[in-house]
Design a protein around this ligand. Structure first.
Ligand code: ADP
Length: 486
């Protein structure tokens, strides 16, 4: 299929290694399909260990010159990337919706969000300040420098094909690091388009390399074993994150891991129920429930359980499901058959154990990987939906009695990424926000992601923070200098 792109050059079927757009050494390719229609969008090179090593060598060679540019010069390149992304926002969104399935409006929003990291960190590059510290003896002085960690390997998932890369590229490039990245093979075109944009913005060859290939383990093994790579930044599943962290231990590489979540979304009896429903829709059904910060468990206090459920079901029934490129779609397909199978399994397990389907609950009449927006009632903690990330458009409603009960229920998970709650009680807001074991809390909001705030998790949701002034820390080393004989 041909996509309606104003600038067809943004769709690349080659990978970017050492400043060259190239094919795999073997000539092999991988197909990329539109999850809404099954249509073939194109192919990308099926690269492996050799190309990854070449990309790492190129990033290593490009590092000194990039790191030694002034922060202002690097900031200008990032600013041009930001401007170009906004200029091509519509094309980039079409590409993303075609390969990922999310509604076009969400894709446009993601392009802006992704570009925001390049803008923000370009500005922060100029503020990579050190300290002067009063010396520990009369004749010495102490100071600190922040220096780029070196070559960064970045592995990204398919749910936010542009933003998960922008979030790593912004701070890495701002700090003076060079990058080898591997996008998920469901959605490589958004990443490759960023490579085109980087090139046009004047990013020097070798500073950003993009390797594509279906043998993720072969590419990941090179990235984690190669001595020239100093840091790995990964967004994806907890299982793969643990494996990559173990692989990084051998070479003592730094790691940033943004992994799975199991977000609680709590509705207290004093909440504004309409606001809570709007927040739940935004948090749960955005990207068809395929975000790591999606509400996964909705806890509703006894007194408002029935009223909240009724309002939520009405809002969910009104969601328009369809091809993200066609019409006013609010919910697209799931990414692939594996994702669909998991959602079906979670619903089947819940109903077998006593949950009731209030709406949805099965594959959508549109076929393919479309699933009906679903609400489950009478859900309990021994069901899969309580323990695992469903990563689909299923809202399980749990009932709770007291604040203490719900905090215990919310924290009864190995994950700790996002949490949300709705209340109009100020003191409760503080108590609950402090008691939740997670990296991020949304109070009276279902949307929390922005480049100006630190995104990241605790427990098995990972480590490190992306975005905000803290985001640069993951890509810099602090060097202490002691000056004697003063
Ligand atoms: P999901 O199940 O959501 O696809 P994954 O963690 O499997 O999550 O995928 C996230 C990213 O990690 C993708 O780019 C994928 O190709 C990559 N990946 C998967 N397995 C490995 C591995 N063994 N080594 C390196 N990268 C991997």
């Amino acid at each position: 299929t041909t996509l309606p792109l104003t600038d067809p050059q943004l769709l690349r079927n080659q990978a970017l290694v050492a400043g060259q757009w190239c094919a795999a050494a073997t000539g092999g390719t991988c197909e990329v399909r539109n999850p809404a229609t099954g249509a073939l969008l194109g192919t990308v090179p099926d690269m492996g260990a050799d190309e990854t090593r070449r990309a790492i060598d190129a990033a290593h060679a490009a590092f000194p010159a990039w790191a030694n540019m002034t922060a202002r010069e690097r900031a200008h390149v990032l600013r041009r990337m930001f401007d170009l992304m906004l200029h091509h926002q519509d094309d980039l969104a079409v590409l993303m919706t075609a390969e990922q399935g999310k509604p076009l409006a969400e894709a446009k929003g993601e392009v802006l969000y992704s570009a925001g990291f390049l803008e923000w960190f370009g500005e922060q590059a100029k503020r990579m300040d050190g300290d002067t510290i009063p010396g520990h003896a009369g004749d010495n002085r102490i100071l600190t420098l922040r220096q780029p960690v070196g070559v960064v390997a970045a592995i990204t998932p398919w749910n936010f094909p542009s933003a998960m890369l922008g979030r790593k590229l912004g701070p890495a490039l701002a700090a003076g690091c060079t990058v080898v990245c591997k996008p998920a093979m469901q959605t490589p075109f958004s990443a490759l388009a960023l490579g085109v944009i980087a090139e046009r913005a004047g990013l020097p060859p070798g500073v950003l390399n993009i390797v594509t290939g279906q043998d993720a383990a072969a590419i990941g093994t090179q990235m984690t074993a190669h001595p020239k790579v100093r840091k790995l930044s990964f967004t994806g599943s907890t299982a793969v994150g643990k494996r990559l962290m173990a692989q990084c231990a051998e070479g003592m590489k730094r790691v940033s891991l943004e992994l799975g979540g199991n977000a609680p979304f709590i509705v207290f009896e004093d909440a504004d129920l309409d606001a809570a429903v709007a927040g739940a829709i935004a948090s749960k059904y955005r990207n068809t429930g395929q975000t790591c910060v999606c509400a996964n468990r909705l806890f509703v206090q006894d007194a408002v359980y029935a009223a909240f459920a009724e309002k939520l079901v009405a809002a969910v029934r009104a969601l328009r499901v369809g091809d993200g490129l066609q019409g006013p779609t609010e919910q697209g397909p799931l990414i692939d058959a594996k994702a669909l199978a998991k959602v079906e399994q979670h619903v089947a397990d819940a109903t077998a154990k006593g949950a009731r389907i209030a709406t949805g609950g099965k594959r959508h009449a549109l076929g393919g990987t479309f699933f009906e927006p679903t609400v489950l009632l009478d859900v309990a903690d021994h069901m899969l939906v309580a323990q695992e990330e469903t990563f689909g458009p299923v809202a399980p409603l749990f009932r709770f009695n007291t604040e203490a009960d719900v905090i215990a229920m919310a924290n009864a998970t190995e994950y700790g990424l996002a949490s949300y709650f709705y209340t109009r009680d100020l003191a409760r807001s503080w108590r609950v926000a402090e008691a939740l074991e997670c990296g991020m809390v949304g109070i009276n909001t279902g949307l929390i992601s922005t480049e100006v705030a630190p995104f990241g998790g605790v427990k098995q949701s990972g480590m490190g923070r992306e975005g905000s002034k803290y985001g640069l820390d993951d890509y810099t080393e602090l060097k202490y200098i002691c000056v004697g004989g003063v």
